[in-house]
Design a protein. Structure first.
Length: 204
């Protein structure tokens, strides 16, 4: 009898009948990877649907879904069944991760816009020639960045890709894309400021 039980437990999750939520909860708290796989299968679509509707971007929704279940696994000891069902707990994590993603998106777009329009804000409008000069200086500043930072910012500026989309396009880890963006924006601001100062000196 015990041999049969061990054999059943050793089967992959797909080969077992769906488990009751109480059983999934016990398995999750016991760090049972099979139980966690069942948790993902039961609520993964719900989490992804919530993220997609809120973010309007399938790639970002996938990132949020991964973050939700990674957070659930790492924070499983904090779950208390007497405070609500497991599904409700996951929905709560999802909502927090969606807010984080929207905040990060707003911050990212603000930074990109700040750099992309740096010249327009600092220099008076003088018609088409000035606009062309601004674009040339921005392109020149981009060209002097390290390759990784340059490629990430180019995709953000000129193709309006999100960080998740850039990661997929380039094959870079999302964390690397975020790091390149942060460091690249800092260097780009410095380059633009240097070029602006040099141009003013020539004109003066």
């Amino acid at each position: 009898m015990s041999t049969d039980t061990r054999s059943a437990d050793a089967r992959p999750p797909a080969a077992r009948a769906p488990r009751h939520e109480d059983e999934l909860t016990r398995g999750l708290l016991a760090a049972d990877e099979y139980a966690f796989a069942d948790v993902y299968r039961r609520w993964g679509t719900l989490v992804h649907t919530m993220a997609t509707r809120s973010l309007g971007d399938a790639h970002e929704a996938e990132d949020v879904t991964q973050q939700v279940f990674l957070g659930a696994w790492r924070g499983r000891d904090g779950y208390r069944a007497d405070r609500g069902p497991l599904g409700g707990w996951l929905v709560g994590i999802t909502r927090r991760k969606i807010v984080d993603a929207l905040t990060a998106r707003t911050r990212r777009h603000t930074l990109v816009d700040a750099v992309a329009h740096e010249a327009d804000r600092r220099w008076p409008e003088e018609g088409a020639p000035e606009e062309v000069l601004n674009r040339v200086l921005l392109a020149g500043a981009l060209s002097r960045l390290p390759h990784g930072q340059r490629e990430v910012l180019r995709l953000a500026f000129y193709e309006d890709l999100t960080q998740a989309q850039i990661a997929e396009r380039t094959g870079l880890p999302l964390g690397t894309v975020k790091s390149h963006t942060r460091r690249g924006l800092h260097r780009l601001r410095e380059r633009i400021e240097q070029d602006r100062t040099a141009e003013e000196a020539v004109q003066g």
